[in-house]
Design a protein around this ligand. Sequence first.
Ligand code: SAH
Ligand code: SF4
Length: 360
Amino acid sequence: MEKKENLLGYSLETLEDFFKRIEEPKFRAKQLLKWIHQKGVIEFEMMTDFNRPLRERLAEIAVIRPPQVDEVHVSPEGTKKYLIKLDSGSMVEMVRIPEKKRMTLCISSQAGCALQCTFCATGAQGFEKNLTAAEIIGQVWLANFYDSNDSNITNVVFMGMGEPLLNFTPVIESAKIMKDQLAYGLSRKRITISTSGITPQIDQLTSSIDVSLAISLHAPIDSLRDEIVPINKKYPIKMLINSCKNYLSFYEGKRSITIEYILIDGVNDSPELARQLTKLLSNISCKINLIPFNPFDGSNYTRSNKDNINQFKNILMKKGFITTLRVTRGDAIDGACGQLVGKLTKSIKGKKLIKHQSIS
Ligand code: SAH
Ligand code: SF4
């Protein structure tokens, strides 16, 4: 029997093609998008503005299936981490992060990651698979509809597991659904794609969809970046800066890029590197987000101490860069940046926590 199509990951355009294929009018696509992503309805039989023969036909050839929630962990400050099981058996994680006026969802685009940045738990795990568009938008769907007591998501960041630009088409398809007024209606400011710097795909992203861009820079010089973000050997800093300039000029100076810079004790946190960073970014419209390193089992790095973090931050601010220090959220449930591995659970002090995959 032919496999049923999962319509959850279809953008408006793709749904219109689908309905064309089954010889139904185009407007069905708009109706379906609303049912799924605004009302949270995934059973065809409940879609009352579809006639019965159509509902039955849809149920024969298609499904609307979000991925499965395996476990949910809540941290004391309200951050919620979901362990999600994909059809393949791989596990990924997503994190709901409450802030004053926002509810941010940090989503995964791949199970594992091939890029092996030396400070990242996901990288240490290796690559398992690319998520489908249904598995990516499915995280947003679950965050909105899985628990009816939860408020809706206002912001989405592709900062969970995986390198989004190495899973380009499904990431773009899901971002289109996030933006669509008939679905989640999130403005481009509220969707951020974070990348370690896959320059050809940054250029492709620029011309494909208008979303916010975050670059995981972490070092201002190639010798150091080659070491901690190995993809830098293929796409060195000069190429990366060019792609950033290309993005900024495409939007005629109306955009700013977020530069992410992790602070690892004794590795990339010296005042000299801070000064080099200001030189490198002098012509780039950006804000800098400093992220104190989050430790994980098997890593030899430690977080920079407070004095060094402040000194680094002050050098950037004195040169006029808007600089923020990311407050670490979700530490207690290993849901902070770079701690996501989607593996193993164990009971600690009677409380269930997600454990990192051990690195052999
Ligand atoms: N692959 C993409 C997106 C996922 S990583 C990227 O690299 O940008 C999301 C962010 O978490 C990146 O800025 C990444 O550098 C950061 N990160 C990874 N490991 C971390 C750790 N151990 N502590 C703090 N931030 C980390
Ligand atoms: Fe992959 Fe991003 Fe982790 Fe690097 S930091 S290994 S690109 S997920």
